[in-house]
Design a protein around this ligand. Structure first.
Ligand code: ZN
Length: 153
């Protein structure tokens, strides 16, 4: 099994059995995300303790890439603070958009499974929707209670 097969299997697995799927009620902050280009919609709810994400869930309907990306993201960001999440988002964004044959970054763990998305520019927004939605939820947490909404269009 080569790396591409392994990555495809990770995406299929997380699409079929999304981790942390559902809604936290109550939650400390939440945001809705919408990618009209593909029809992906998701809601991210999180709890924050001591400045760190103590729990996170997502729910929604979308393509396999958007669901797998959100599932992988929820596993990756638990326990991180906002600065760490922004840094991770920047790394993922770079991985999704950098050109050439650069190997996926091994230190991103399972998130590297999404590296293949860069071969399909139209799907980058599917993979990044959850990250933008999480950003909106975190920004909103620092702001006022309620729900934020983002659109990647
Ligand atoms: Zn999509």
């Amino acid at each position: 099994m080569d790396l591409k097969d392994l990555y495809r299997d990770v995406i299929l697995d997380h699409n079929k059995q999304p981790r942390n799927f559902g809604r936290l009620d109550p939650c400390d902050t939440s945001a809705d995300g919408n990618n009209p280009l593909c029809g992906d919609r998701l809601t991210v709810t999180l709890r924050i303790a001591g400045g760190r994400v103590s729990d996170i869930r997502f729910e929604g309907k979308g393509c396999a890439i958007s669901t797998a990306s959100a599932s992988l993201m929820t596993e990756a960001v638990k326990g991180l603070d906002a600065a760490q999440i922004h840094a991770l988002h920047a790394r993922v964004h770079g991985m999704l958009t950098e050109h050439g044959d650069a190997l996926p970054p091994t230190d991103l763990g399972k998130l590297a499974a999404l590296a293949g998305v860069r071969e399909y520019p139209a799907r980058v927004k599917c993979a990044s929707l959850c990250w933008h939605t999480l950003d909106a939820a975190l920004a909103h947490a620092a702001d006022a209670p309620g729900a934020a909404t983002v659109s990647t269009e």
